[in-house]
Ligand binder design. Structure first.
Ligand code: SAM
Length: 298
């Protein structure tokens, strides 16, 4: 095994796994990339340069980390699996600009993380081949954290990528599309065949690119209320907005009156389905519900 060969080749990956007697842990979503072309495409979608600080989730044995480290100012990577720490110390030893944080990213205090690691950062990008079992909480955790993230390039299950980037009136459009597109423009960058992983996952994968909206598409009075109504509208997809809103906010005559007034105010037909509403319409509806002092009681 020479140190000069990329980690992401089938031969080098096998040699590393053999050397450390490691088997990929399914429960941690471990599917390692063994194709440098895919990694180059991911890195290039991140448009990183020597001014960019990259946050990575799940460096694994370092395949993607290595390719990022060659271009970025620094890479800070969260890895949950302690078995991988000595491996990463070995495989990434040629890259002094890599810092591994041994932590479950979902439990990380991102405020403290920001103070500790991002004070000097000029441009922050998240790049990751995500563990698929926690894709959504990881993305939402970063978005809701208010970290100064410019863009995110993320590999995930293709079906989830389609949901994140879905437009209104499509099957994939739902509260997740709204939660993400509230902050970011979302587009599927490319589809990834199973053959680039070891072990191969059961599902198809895609890389999505999320870029911070330069101007917010909607500005709402109360973000919590906005996400609440967006969730409520999709609880029963085949039902009308009117039905879903009553289920969420209440069926009492007084509540129904308020709901009707809010819908009128937002100029939204109660007979429409939630899946037809744009982000802006959800914003108008949310503000009208807040004006009527309607919140989901849960
Ligand atoms: N980046 C490597 C690659 O592309 O070959 C490995 C990607 S693998 C799909 C996902 C990685 O995320 C694994 O290394 C796994 O141990 C790690 N991981 C899983 N859950 C995690 C969590 N909650 N926090 C941090 N890392 C996690």
């Amino acid at each position: 095994m020479t140190e000069f060969k990329d980690i992401a080749t089938p031969a080098r990956t096998k040699a590393i796994l053999d050397k450390y007697q490691l088997a990929a842990k399914k429960s941690l979503g471990q599917n390692f990339i063994v194709d440098t072309n895919i990694l180059e495409k991911i890195v290039s979608a991140g448009e990183i340069d020597d001014q960019t600080t990259v946050i990575e989730v799940g460096p694994g044995i370092g395949a993607l980390t290595e390719q990022i480290a060659k271009k970025a100012k620094e890479v800070i990577a969260f890895e949950i699996d302690d078995r991988l720490l000595p491996v990463l110390a070995d495989t990434l030893s040629p890259y002094p600009n890599v810092k591994i944080i041994h932590q479950d990213v979902l439990k990380a205090d991102l405020k403290t993380f920001e103070e500790e690691y991002l004070k000097e950062a000029e441009r922050v990008v998240v790049i990751a081949n995500l563990p698929y079992y926690v894709t959504t909480p990881i993305i939402l955790g970063f978005l809701e954290s208010n970290l100064p993230i410019d863009s995110m390039v993320l590999m995930m299950q293709k079906e989830v990528a389609n949901r994140l980037s879905a437009r209104p009136s499509t099957k994939a459009y739902g509260s997740l599309s709204i939660a993400v597109q509230y902050y970011m423009d979302a587009e599927v960058a490319f589809i990834v065949p199973k053959t680039v992983f070891t072990p191969q996952p059961n599902v198809e994968s895609a890389v999505i690119r999320l870029s911070r909206k330069s101007v917010p598409e909607v500005v709402v009075k109360d973000e919590k209320a906005f996400f609440q109504v967006a969730r409520a509208a999709f609880v029963q997809r085949r039902k009308t907005l009117w039905n879903n809103l009553q289920s969420a906010y209440g069926k009492e005559p007084e509540i129904k009156e308020k709901l009707q007034r809010a819908l009128d105010q937002a100029e939204i037909d109660p007979k429409r389905r939630g899946e037809t509403l744009s982000l802006k319409e959800f914003g108008r509806l949310s503000d009208a519900l807040v004006a009527e002092q309607l919140t989901v009681l849960k």
